[in-house]
Write a protein that binds this ligand. Sequence first.
Ligand SMILES: NC(=O)c1ccc[n+]([C@@H]2O[C@H](COP(=O)([O-])OP(=O)(O)OC[C@H]3O[C@@H](n4cnc5c(N)ncnc54)[C@H](OP(=O)(O)O)[C@@H]3O)[C@@H](O)[C@H]2O)c1
Length: 393
Amino acid sequence: MGQKGAPVDIVCFDSSIEAIEPDSVHSVTLPGGAVMPVAAFGTFHSDWAQEYIKDATAEAIRLGWRHIDTARGYENEDVVGEGIKEAIKKGYISSAEDLFITGKLWNGHMAKKDVEPAINSTLKALGVEKIDMYLNHWPWPNVHTPGCAGDHRNPDAVPYIHEDFMETWGEIVKQKKAGKIVDIGISNHTEKTLDLLLRDTDDYSRPVLNQMEMHPLFQRTELRRYMYERGIVCTGYMSLGSPQRPGRDRFKEHRADMMDPRIQAIAKEAGVSPPRVCLNWAVQRENKTGGFVAMATRSDWIVENLKAAIEDVLTDEQMLRISGDDTPEHPGIDANNRLIWGQVFLWPEALGDWRVLWNDSQVFETRDDYGKFKKSFQEHYKVWQETAVSVPR
Ligand SMILES: NC(=O)c1ccc[n+]([C@@H]2O[C@H](COP(=O)([O-])OP(=O)(O)OC[C@H]3O[C@@H](n4cnc5c(N)ncnc54)[C@H](OP(=O)(O)O)[C@@H]3O)[C@@H](O)[C@H]2O)c1
């Protein structure tokens, strides 16, 4: 057991735990023919665990994970790269080619001139020649400072402006043509922003995947089906309810999927752990058409999580109890329990309401459209402030 001075039970790599055969992991075939294992090992972690990501990545590869989910925004591509090199050195894989690697363009690099350098840096840091799946991380270029608090706001933040997004997307497509990327996709896109993107792309340049928050208490079935019908594979993140997420994303309204009594009851019946129920649900739902990203820093959890993509442990009846079917008999357990509100990305005209980020009420085709909206908003907001009646207490 390697404990590395971390709090008890938190980081625990155990070389006696046996690896899973990678070929037994369920995969989906993407439109271009690439085969993507549906279980992706996540590499984002609250700041406390950055130092364990190298070992966790190498351990995940040893234990049979072949899909690694990375992002420039996690500020640890080099550490993940070291984990991959370690896995090669130790003979768990013969080269990085044995892996399916997902990478993401960070919000701060969405300007036209920044996309190619960002991709080049990612390739170098990870020590690979190409990225299997490259996602645009968020639909707008709004950045927050690393480790920021929940009340952080960026005064330069803007809503989705399709004209700007297409400039970024065009650069991503160029990198695909240059052979640095195999498949391209999006992350955190909504129905309206996806529609605009599909309207303006051809078969070669259209996204093939959307990575989005999805777990039993936040199922997003409608959006998932909408995207799937348009040829987009949906991969869920925070599949377990993200118990260690940064403080800025924690609110008293949130509930933890693995602590939910209905998930726990099903786990007991199936003879597995509650996290395993969450992950098996992610794999088995909707005819096994999507995937999940999950991370862990313990060998037993790393291997247990991967098993969800090998063995279907939930019966149809148990799946129905979680998913529901819109009938009074089977309501399911979805509670619209979104964990990432994204308030740190909000722009001024959202007036602090994080729901605006997700409800497509402020999506603009052009910079000019947004400029007009901003002007009118400022005029109305001024009048509203001047005429607002304060109620005496
Ligand atoms: N596209 C996006 O915008 C986006 C956003 C967020 C996340 N992601 C990706 O999704 C990945 C997963 O998200 P996440 O890490 O926030 O959430 P998560 O996978 O739902 O939760 C991971 C946490 O659960 C614990 N855990 C893992 N397996 C467990 C098990 N079998 N039993 C008990 N506890 C277990 C781990 O604890 P320990 O840390 O103690 O091991 C870890 O902290 C990220 O790493 C990242 O790659 C993408």
